[in-house]
Design a protein around this ligand. Structure first.
Ligand code: G16
Ligand code: MG
Length: 215
């Protein structure tokens, strides 16, 4: 029986993917590295370091330069977060969070981002979540199950009682590796490995998800 739902943040509750993209694009432009929106798709749900590695490819940067570029990108991103408000919640997100709360289902956030707490504050949903696992919580990034296992532990529930809602292939993989139920948000080509696939959270009712998972 399902006791809790763990939401990915970027791409599920809000579209920070666009802000991450703008910050990476600025950095890539400054470095003279070719980058665009299409290339950015591969960075969805991917950690900051792994994202930078995908952008720089085989270019010979030192560890010091890599650190500096990660910090620079983060400064651009944090600057963009200052304009974020509850208007940036994706359609259906608040309704589902409120419905889960009413139903007595625990709510967690499982985000790879070190800025997750800032984003949660800016979105105004801090009082709606029971636990946050973020980029500081565990060592191994998604697709390792660690982040979601950490979130479930914080919620005091077992993996088999947990549902993960994810927009990234690596996130769905992490949920399955954790032994949790997975709901994929987005195209089947990306999140088709999940138990249930939905185009977005718009109009989504908890009862629908639950019945689809139990069939
Ligand atoms: C998010 C984003 C990724 C980002 C990562 C790390 O993951 O989807 O694009 O690179 O967090 O973020 P930061 O640089 O802020 O630490 P998630 O798991 O919330 O989708
Ligand atoms: Mg995501």
């Amino acid at each position: 029986n399902i006791q809790g739902v763990i939401f990915d943040l970027d791409g599920v509750l809000t579209d920070t993917a666009e802000l991450h993209y703008l910050a990476w694009q600025k950095l890539a432009d400054e470095e003279g590295i070719p980058f665009n929106r299409v290339a950015n798709e591969a960075l969805r749900g991917v950690s900051r370091r792994a994202s930078l590695m995908l952008i720089i490819g085989h270019r010979p940067y030192s560890e010091e330069q890599i650190q500096e570029m990660m910090e620079r990108k983060n400064r651009y991103y944090v600057e963009l977060l200052k304009n974020m408000t509850s208007k940036d919640l994706l359609p259906g997100a608040i309704a589902l969070l409120d419905e889960l709360r009413q139903a007595g289902i625990k709510i967690g956030i499982g985000s790879a981002s070190k800025n997750a707490r800032t984003v949660i504050e800016r979105l105004g949903i801090a009082d709606k979540v029971d636990a946050i696992a973020d980029g500081y919580s565990v060592q191994q990034p998604k697709p390792a199950p660690d982040l979601f296992l950490y979130a479930a532990k914080q919620l005091g529930i077992e993996p088999a009682q947990s549902v993960v809602v994810e927009d990234a292939a690596a996130g769905v993989e992490a949920a399955l590796a954790a032994g949790m139920w997975a709901v994929g948000i987005g195209p089947v080509e990306r999140v088709g490995a999940a138990h249930v696939v939905l185009p977005s959270l718009a109009g989504v009712k908890w009862a629908d998800i639950r019945s689809q998972l139990q069939k």
